[in-house]
Design a protein around this ligand. Structure first.
Ligand SMILES: *Cc1c(COP(=O)(O)O)cnc(C)c1O
Length: 248
């Protein structure tokens, strides 16, 4: 543990501990308000733009799941964190280009942003060749049915971006395990309305794929609404680690 990532400054550790306590309290309150068991909701710490040392510190505070949205940054960070002897579960949550899948399958435990049959196929080929067990996959849903910002379209039979075809492709891929759905509330939408619609999409999806129960929804600004509508995973960045210097 002589690697730089292991050297967590005490003031930063205290700051992260305080952020974590606040976020955990919000999650617990939201579960109580929704009549849900706290153990049903996993918090993913979204560490994009923050250093490996923060991941190491968060792991020391009991955080088990980490999210990243850019391959280049995530690959380097995962390497540094592993060198410090820490092994969180890495969730890839950003837009993913097919030329990055070989890299992503080396460190990611879960890819949450699969939104086309072509991407699912590329991940399957890479995971089959490069991993010793299947890669967990969440299919990303576009709540407003506008695939421009990523996500599959519910109720679309479009063979490349329809939720049904993409989920079927993941379910049939030997290198992948269909674990559930992920979504981001569309800009300008009231979170209650967005996650209410998502819950309906998830219910229909689970009638086709009963094992795929994960629902990744909710971020720093809207995790309460997401938990109220059945989220099993919330992805929390700024409320935990502080405001990022640039929005992305
Ligand atoms: C950055 C990001 C988050 C975390 O956002 P915060 O508002 O900082 O909590 C969650 N999900 C995705 C897909 C992200 O890119």
């Amino acid at each position: 543990m002589t690697d730089s990532a292991a050297l967590v400054r005490p003031d930063r550790r205290a700051e992260l501990a305080a952020g974590l306590a606040r976020v955990r309290a919000r999650i617990a309150d939201a579960c109580a308000a929704a009549g849900r068991d706290r153990a049903e909701v996993t918090m993913i710490a979204v560490t994009k733009t923050y250093p490996a040392a923060d991941v190491v510190a968060l792991a020391g505070l009991g955080v088990t799941d980490v999210g990243e949205n850019r391959d280049q940054e995530a690959a380097a960070k995962a390497g540094e964190v592993a060198a410090a002897g820490v092994t969180p579960r890495w969730h890839f949550i950003g837009r993913l280009q097919r030329n990055k899948v070989k890299s992503v399958i080396r460190y990611a435990d879960v890819v949450q942003s699969v939104d086309s049959v072509r991407l699912a196929s590329a991940l399957d080929v890479a995971a089959t060749a490069g991993r010793d067990r299947p890669l967990d996959v969440l299919v990303q849903v576009s709540i407003d049915a506008d695939p421009a910002r990523g996500g599959t379209v519910p109720d679309s039979a479009d063979p490349d971006v329809g939720l049904g075809p993409v989920a079927a492709a993941v379910a049939a891929a030997p290198g992948l395990r269909l674990a559930g759905l992920m979504a981001v509330a569309p800009l300008g939408w009231e979170p209650e309305r967005a996650f209410d619609r998502l819950a309906a999409v998830a219910a229909a999806f689970r009638s086709d794929h009963p094992q795929a129960v994960a629902l990744s929804a909710g971020m720093s600004g809207d995790l309460e609404a997401a938990i109220g509508h059945g989220a099993t995973h919330v992805r929390v960045g700024s409320a935990l680690l502080g405001m990022r210097p640039t929005l992305r």
